[in-house]
Design a protein around this ligand. Structure first.
Ligand code: FE2
Length: 285
């Protein structure tokens, strides 16, 4: 068994982290949570963030085995389909994505069947797979959404939206199927891992004066996380999380992001004029 090399890429526009994980130069890789650039005002997509990942793959001469989503993101569009077209690989996500697809699919495409699965792999808790010589274990981490999963590789876990940096706290739990009780338990499961375990984040929203950071250890989170340090019990977390969620508006890209991300990052098919259109359902959410 070799040890994983991890490179993290930050998108300051959406506050998102994507990660590249590979076994050795010239070996095999996975990309976690890639971002497709999207300007909501102009309706323009771009691939600057995804192309940085492709450049890193090329630089290390890596074969892309997997494109892994920790969940259906509501704050950015996924570049999974673009990366798959450019570099191959299979797109994987947690098995409970079907619940999210059943909820949101009919909002955007009421006349389309929802039983065509756009993801290549749906992972259950405890399932294992490989990135070249690396072993990956899937951890179901419901709370932010029912379908959130983490991917554990060696002493690192890509934890999606569960914990954020210690001074930011935790992910919101007010989306359909979200659950503060479940998030607390998912976080405790992560924080029961060895102290030196590196937890790789999906986002950072650094306060003024701190640079963005995409990783904190279990020990750092247990001692200092604003919402989930050891001193905060389940009832206190739930009260705190629910109070905070009550103040949050919908993410700016919620509607564009979900309709693309539940289709594994595939943009809607072009209309007869060759133009692709996103849909904005009115007065539904
Ligand atoms: Fe999220």
């Amino acid at each position: 068994m070799s040890s994983a090399t991890i490179q993290s890429f930050y998108d300051p526009t959406t506050g998102s982290y994507s990660h590249l994980c590979y076994d050795r130069p010239g070996g095999h890789a996975a990309i976690v949570d890639p971002v497709l650039d999207y300007n909501a005002a102009s309706g323009r997509t771009a691939t600057h963030n995804a192309d940085r990942l492709l450049a890193a793959l090329a630089e290390q001469r890596l074969t892309l085995d997997w494109i892994l989503e920790t969940h259906a993101h509501a704050d950015h569009l996924s570049a999974a389909a673009y990366l798959k077209r450019c570099a191959g690989g299979r797109i994987g996500i947690g098995a409970r994505i079907t619940e999210v697809q059943r909820h949101f699919g009919p909002l955007f495409t009421p006349d389309e069947p929802v039983d065509v699965q756009p993801f290549d792999a749906l992972f259950d808790d405890g399932e294992q797979f490989r990135i070249g010589t690396l072993n990956v274990e899937v951890m179901a981490l419901p709370g932010h959404t029912p379908a959130d999963v983490g991917y554990r590789v060696d002493d690192a876990v890509f934890i999606g939206d569960t914990l954020f940096m210690p001074d930011v706290g935790s992910a919101r739990c007010d989306f359909p199927g979200g659950d503060a009780v479940a998030l607390y338990r998912s976080a405790r499961r992560l924080l029961a891992l060895p102290d030196a375990t590196r937890l790789y984040l999906c986002h950072d929203y650094p306060p003024p004066g701190r640079a963005a950071c995409g990783m904190a250890t279990v020990a750092e989170q247990r001692s200092a996380n604003l919402h989930l340090r050891d001193a905060i019990g389940e009832a206190d977390f739930i009260a705190l999380r629910r109070a905070r969620d009550a103040t949050l508006g919908a993410p700016a890209l919620l509607l564009p992001a979900l309709q693309v991300n539940i289709r594994a990052g595939e943009l809607p098919p072009a209309a007869t004029n060759g133009v692709r259109y996103l849909k904005i359902p009115l007065d539904l959410l």
